[in-house]
Write a protein that binds this ligand. Structure first.
Ligand code: PLP
Length: 403
């Protein structure tokens, strides 16, 4: 008998542009080439000592399932964290621990969208949004932002024009991956006005909240918890903030009671997030402010070195990231995906090369981002300087070869 077809999604789900070049990188490494990984946003900064100490002094005799909502110690530490940010109006019932912000975004979409519903997001966007939206059977409606505007949101009328009867939610990433843009209060206020007017959910992905430079302040949707309690869903994550990517811990925060009940049911159906991870992360209320100060200073240095270095390369246009640790870079090439692959398969400078993420995967509109890459500045200053040098030489050679 002929085998039944796999589901629709198996023909549509894209590969991650951040990881799709990995086989070429592996091969280059086997050939003795050192690769500077500018393609993935995994912080190289150390996890806070208080968390590492909790891991080292682990004394449980077994590793049980955790509570489905989340371990109480972690929930309580989080309450203190949000209170310190100025949001004391949050209780334990407003929090749900997820396995990373990734799970939180997926659950928010599944809980709010019917198949075919539309979710507005600003492109370029975090590439995995495509996968989450597709898995929720909703439809992504991209609104273009431009490098010339440092990827800030367009006029209200442009945004309102995209709203239809099927629009259910606005998915915002602030500070943004992949652009590094930090949306200011007037932008968030404008989006919230639109959401309130049309009864839309605002799913705000704020996993890079602390990573802002030059005194820039991201304006959290938590400011709207009281004004729009049913509509605000905050997606948070401990991955980047505390260099805990492998702990797989995130937070969903909402005042919408029904939504919180549904999130708990989703959580119960996958039993729990990691027990060890949560007890280690629960130390977050003991992390000294000096930890963030040091981390932000370090990223700011990297940002300056990278952006200044890139801007010196002929033909390269680089936006000014205000937060997170990414930048979108326009290259003097027709096909940045081909260039990114070529860097791994056909180029090295004294047995060293760089790996970048082609930007097309961060856009939903066909044809956009073809000459762009996303660079993550998660390497130390020395490694970034060397990466810029390699990139500059590679571009010169590639442009000559293609002419
Ligand atoms: C914008 C954004 N949101 C969400 C995530 C998911 O992070 P995690 O699942 O590790 O919390 C990431 C990871 O890179 C991200 O960049």
């Amino acid at each position: 008998m002929e085998m039944k077809k796999l589901s629709w999604i198996t023909d549509h789900i894209p590969a991650s542009p951040i990881r799709e070049l990995v086989p070429f990188a592996e091969k280059a490494k086997l050939n003795g080439v050192k690769i500077y990984h500018l393609n993935i946003g995994e912080p190289d900064i150390e996890t806070p000592d208080v968390m590492l100490d909790a891991l080292r002094s682990w004394s449980y005799k077994s590793v049980p399932y955790a509570n489905s909502q989340g371990e109480r110690v972690l929930l309580q530490s989080l309450l203190k964290y949000y209170k310190k940010l100025g949001f004391g109006n949050i209780g334990i019932d407003n929090l749900q621990i997820t396995m990373g912000g990734s799970e939180g975004i997926l659950w928010s979409l599944i809980a709010t969208c019917e198949p075919g519903d539309e979710v507005i997001t600003f492109e370029p966007f975090y590439t995995n949004y495509i996968s989450y939206i597709m898995r929720s059977r909703a439809r992504l409606v991209p609104i273009r932002t431009r490098i010339e505007d440092n990827f800030h949101v367009p006029r209200k009328s442009i945004i309102e024009r995209t709203i239809t009867k099927k629009t259910k939610a606005i998915l915002l990433c602030n500070p943004s991956n992949p652009t590094g843009t930090v949306f200011a209060q007037d932008e968030v206020d404008m989006l919230m006005q639109i959401a309130i007017k049309h009864g839309l959910y605002v799913i705000s992905d704020e996993v890079y909240r602390e990573f802002v430079y030059n005194g820039t302040k991201p304006y959290s949707v938590l400011n709207y918890l009281e004004k729009y309690p049913e509509g605000v869903i905050l997606v948070d994550s401990l991955s980047k903030r505390y260099s805990l990517c492998g702990a797989r811990l995130g937070v969903l925060l909402s005042q919408n009671k029904k939504l919180m009940q549904i999130f708990l049911r989703f959580a119960q159906a996958r039993l729990s997030a990691g027990f060890i991870d949560q007890h280690v992360a629960a130390q977050l209320d003991r992390v000294d402010d000096s930890y963030f100060k040091g981390v932000i200073e370090e990223y700011d240095k990297r940002r300056t070195v990278l952006v200044n270095g890139l801007r010196k390369i002929p033909g390269v246009v680089c936006s000014q990231p205000e937060g997170a640790f990414y930048v979108i870079v326009k290259l003097p090439v027709k096909n940045a995906s081909h260039f990114a692959k070529w860097l791994l398969t056909d180029f090295h400078e004294h047995k060293e090369t760089v790996m970048v993420a082609p930007a097309t995967g961060f856009y939903a509109t066909k044809g956009l981002g073809k000459d762009e890459v996303r660079i993550a500045y998660v390497l130390n200053v020395g490694a970034l300087e060397r990466s810029v040098e390699i990139l500059s030489k590679a571009l010169k050679e590639y442009v000559l070869l293609s002419s």
